[in-house]
Design a protein around this ligand. Structure first.
Ligand code: 13P
Length: 249
């Protein structure tokens, strides 16, 4: 049975002190929820070690990692450093990294491999832009992203991937994909995994939805058979709202 996951991507928000406070609030708010959902938070890099000290049920993710293992790469944080700090997951390929920092499929593929080699679980993001959706190209776009980013992995490695479908037009816009739109493309993504790795692997792969998912719409989105949880931005910065999303299964 694949895991149900709700992950909060804090993006570039919160001072260290406010981040630790939020992490404590999230831990308290979700500690009583026993619906089998894995709860993950992804604070900025410098928060990770302090946040790690105040969470136990909640798991820890980074928002990015370097595409090289170590050395002269000023400003970068390596996958093995994250592992040594007690981090379990890393978001790779978020649309904000793809668009603002020009991270190509090739770079993201290198990051995925380094994350896996260091025992981190990648939360690999895919999703189309608005013009691509309007041109009915969203299936081709996600197929291309997943093929170039992930499909040269061995089956053993692929089993450690969590996918997040985030339509770029829904991120931070208040415009959510409808439950039907989410189900349609999640089922398509799962069919790609069936074709590449077989039905058993595909059935075990968690595919999260992200993009203006909140305490009001999570229940309807998560009710779809191929939506295994959410990658939450804005609503992850409020512990009470985030907890409602966690309890939406
Ligand atoms: P919002 O929930 O703010 O739309 O952000 C989604 C997202 O990008 C999560 O990674």
């Amino acid at each position: 049975m694949r895991k149900k996951i709700v992950a909060g991507n804090w993006k570039m928000n919160k001072s260290l002190q406010d981040g630790v406070t939020l992490a404590k609030e999230v831990e308290a708010a979700v500690s009583g929820i026993n619906n089998g959902v894995d709860v993950i938070i992804a604070p900025p890099f410098i928060h990770l070690t302090e946040v790690k000290k105040v969470i136990s049920k909640v798991k820890l993710s980074a928002q990015n990692c370097a595409s090289e293992a170590s050395g002269a790469y000023t400003g970068e944080v390596a996958a093995d450093m994250l592992k040594s700090a007690g981090v379990g997951y890393v978001i790779i390929g978020h649309s904000e990294r793809r668009s603002y920092y020009k991270e190509s499929d090739e770079i993201l593929n290198k990051k995925v491999k380094l994350a896996l080699a260091n025992g981190l679980t990648p939360i690999f993001c895919i999703g189309e832009l608005l013009p691509e959706r309007e041109a009915n190209k969203h299936f081709d776009v996600v197929k291309d992203q997943i093929t170039k980013g992930l499909f040269d992995l061995s089956e053993t490695d692929f089993k450690n991937i969590v996918l997040a479908y985030e339509p770029v037009w829904a991120i931070g816009t208040g415009k959510t994909a409808s439950a039907a739109q989410a189900q349609e493309i999640h089922a398509f993504i799962r069919s790609l995994i069936v074709a590449k790795y077989g039905k058993a692997v595909a059935e075990d792969t968690s595919i999260l939805y992200g993009g203006s998912c909140n305490d009001k719409n999570a229940k309807e989105l998560f009710a779809n058979p191929d939506v295994d949880g959410g990658l939450i931005g804005g609503a992850a910065l409020k512990a009470d709202q985030f907890a409602v999303i966690v309890s939406s299964f």
